[in-house]
Design a binder for this molecule. Sequence first.
Ligand SMILES: N[C@@H](CCC(=O)N[C@@H](CS)C(=O)NCC(=O)O)C(=O)O
Length: 213
Amino acid sequence: MLTLYDYLPSQNAYKIRLLLSHLDLPCQQHYVSIFEGEGQRDAFLAINPTGAVPALRLEDGRTLAESNAILIYLAEDTDYLPADRYRRATVMQWLFFEGETVQSTVATLRHWVMTGKDRKRSAEVLDGKRHGSLKTLNILNKELERNQYLGGADYTIADISVFAYAHRADEARLPLHEYPHIQRWITQIKAQSRFLDTVYPYSIDPHSGLELP
Ligand SMILES: N[C@@H](CCC(=O)N[C@@H](CS)C(=O)NCC(=O)O)C(=O)O
């Protein structure tokens, strides 16, 4: 069976849980207490050299890290990753956007706000993150005005990836309600078969107020 190295409040890990749910694939979970430094121990660094979740252990023992790489692996030969060369590249386009832009803006700001770390950051740093987050939401809103889903007419792992943090942007004190096309897209994703609605707040982990090691 597959093993997901997981931390429940992680929306990067939620991406994998959501795809596994759509695919109805069984998987065992191994929880990693990232704020207590468990990710930095040798045993986990052997699985993911960055020390971050999610990571996946395949049935044959090989391991894989980076949420978007795991999505690509699991989605191969399914409707969630198109075979067509151009359409596949547009899925990658949005996966790279997610990894580079969504994670460093909306996801980071949400983490800080939800764990109280925003109070330890300077106004200048917070303003920068907020500005970057609003720019990210604007890009997504415009794209979703043009297209039903990211890059086209079909729901793919590009949507799963970006959805993970984008649909929780209000938890970063961002005005998600001001983006009508993102709202429409969220509603459509929530209506997908075997959608997984369970999201965990950082507050379930008493250690989440610590800075990551
Ligand atoms: N780019 C990575 C980011 C993973 C990441 O930042 N994971 C967080 C939880 S959401 C983590 O485990 N952080 C612990 C650390 O970086 O030490 C991905 O997409 O998987």
